[in-house]
Ligand binder design. Structure first.
Ligand code: C2O
Length: 522
């Protein structure tokens, strides 16, 4: 269905307040519920799932090194999912409860019991729990630099559905260095989560029941519902509103951009021709601001940017998108004609309420970088395409499934280089829980030769990451036909953590593996 663009103001998620103290630490309770929310002027109210009755959920604002505790509570329907559940994918078998949740703090350096492990799920009232469930109250140490994290559901086999239903929100860490930068703040600092959805005419969320068309050779007994290889909605929402507008003053604003979509990538520009002044990546500030006309985000990635509207009084500026889906070789998106080619609108029509004294300093906050020589281990991780017993596309890491034994056991504190060898035709946003990393480079290789002989023959030079991705990351785009090298220090906790493709339809169907950080050997 087609909805008119830019008729609703951008909502800004509220800030969560602790409910009290627990062992001297700020304690939050966050309940997941089903409720109705108005997502567009002309759309009947939509039933969604959200945290604390809002979609997206309220924002956490925490300080570096000030730990908090959170009790995530599932008050969702007990045995009725909002969306079609395929019971043939891992974790979603009929013997498991239909509605399971577990909350992952994406980008958080947290102990494994608080990570939101996909099999640490729990149901309404904790009546049933998954095999990895250990505790109801999570500990977030927040011992990491100021940045934009986000929390979202991660239940094995239904993550794509739980997140699509609305279970996601922001988690901002602040620190003293950030305070000294004098960036735009208060009303001039706004998080923006970009998501694509489709709707039925009655306003309900549409999510496909089966691939359309089904895979070739459609075998008898093909699952119904069946997982789809990717899902791309035809409507864009920002902060839970369809194609919203934001009225702004002629001054600088800081925006935390988050791609919270299931499968869609965004390659963003502004119709005013003005640049993004990028100040941060997934895991914190860049060393210096990067002036760029274009920002690309795969699912799970974030960019911290400043936009300066000073010279644009009276203008309506559209944030556009021309990322093909699947990325980068799928259907092209024309920002002028394609509905998903436009994301939201900025209207520079408010009077300046006070002089803009904020600045973007030429030096931001940064951590010492890891150098290639520091790495003791190089691990090759191959991204491969195969098919399951129903002929459905199955993407795997190292050809292994989620439930196969752990094959990666980095030692606590050690530095490793992971080579993500992408033999598939698409870009996969690869996310490692627990850690932050840097991108070293990307280099094209002969995929066919590799598939036949296992030998990597490079076909071009190694390219350094784009300036927009030269900061600390937790999610990296591994492009097709390229070896993407990242350097990682495995700190600060031992335990079992997932790493996976952040295309939710992929992680729900085996493109996810556990790894274990082990204690140093004597
Ligand atoms: Cu945001 Cu394991 O994911």
């Amino acid at each position: 269905m087609s909805l008119e663009k830019f008729v609703d103001p951008l909502p800004i998620p509220g800030i969560l307040k602790p409910v009290g103290k627990l062992n001297g630490v700020d304690f939050y309770r966050v309940a997941m519920r089903e409720f109705k929310q108005k997502l567009h002027r002309d759309l009947p109210e939509t039933t969604v799932w959200g945290y604390e009755g809002t979609y997206p959920g309220p924002t956490f604002e925490v300080r570096k090194n000030v730990p908090i505790k959170v009790k995530w509570e599932n008050n969702l329907p007990v045995n009725r999912h909002l969306l079609p559940v395929d019971s043939t994918v891992h974790g979603a078998q009929p013997s498991n409860p239909l509605v399971r949740t577990v909350v992952h703090l994406h980008g958080g350096n947290v102990p494994d019991e608080s990570d939101g492990y996909p099999e640490a799920w729990f149901t309404n009232g904790f009546k049933q729990t998954g095999p990895f469930f250990t505790q109801k109250i999570y500990d977030y140490p927040n011992a990491q630099p100021a940045t934009t994290l986000w929390y979202h559901d991660h239940a094995l086999g239904i993550t794509r559905l739980n997140v699509y239903a609305g279970l996601a929100g922001f988690y901002l860490i602040r620190d003293d260095c950030e305070d000294q930068l004098n960036l735009p703040k208060g009303n001039f600092e706004i998080p923006l989560v970009i998501q694509d959805r489709s709707f039925n005419p009655d306003g309900s969320l549409f999510y496909p029941r089966q691939p359309d068309p089904p895979p070739e050779g459609f075998p008898p007994g093909f699952p119904d519902p069946s997982i789809v290889p990717e899902f791309f909605g035809d409507t864009i929402l920002v902060n839970g509103k369809v194609w919203p507008f934001l009225e702004v003053e002629p001054r600088k604003y800081r925006f935390r951009l988050l791609n919270g979509s299931n499968s869609r990538f965004y390659r963003m520009k502004l119709t005013s021709g003005q640049p993004f002044i990028q100040i941060g990546t997934d895991q914190g500030f860049l060393k210096k601001p990067v002036i760029t006309n274009e920002i690309t985000l795969g699912p799970g990635e974030r960019a911290d940017v400043v936009l300066d509207f000073t010279a644009f009084t009276g203008q309506n500026i559209i944030l556009t998108n021309d990322a093909p889906s699947p990325f980068p070789n799928g259907d092209p998106v024309d920002p002028n004609t394609d509905p998903v080619g436009q994301l939201m609108q900025f209207r520079v029509n408010l009077p300046l309420s006070e002089p803009d004294t904020s600045i973007v300093p030429s030096r931001l906050c940064s951590l010492p970088r890891l150098k290639e020589e520091m790495a003791g281990v190089v691990r090759d991780q191959t991204l491969v395409e195969s098919a399951d017993e129903f002929g459905r596309l199955l993407l795997l890491l190292e050809g292994l499934r989620w439930s196969d034994p752990i094959t990666d056991e980095p030692e606590l504190g050690n530095i490793e280089i992971w080579r993500l060898i992408n033999t598939t035709p698409d870009t996969h946003p690869i996310h490692l829980h627990l850690v932050r990393f840097l991108i070293l480079d990307r280099q094209p290789f002969d995929v066919k030769r590799f598939q036949e002989t296992g030998e990597i023959v490079f076909t071009g030079p190694a390219e350094p990451p784009d300036p927009t991705e030269r900061g600390w990351k937790d999610t990296v785009r591994a492009n097709p036909g390229e070896v993407t090298r990242i350097i990682i220090r495995f700190a600060s906790f031992t335990g079992i953590f997932p790493w996976h493709c952040h295309i939710l339809e992929h992680e729900d169907n085996e493109m996810m593996r556990p790894y274990e950080v082990v204690a140093e050997e004597e």
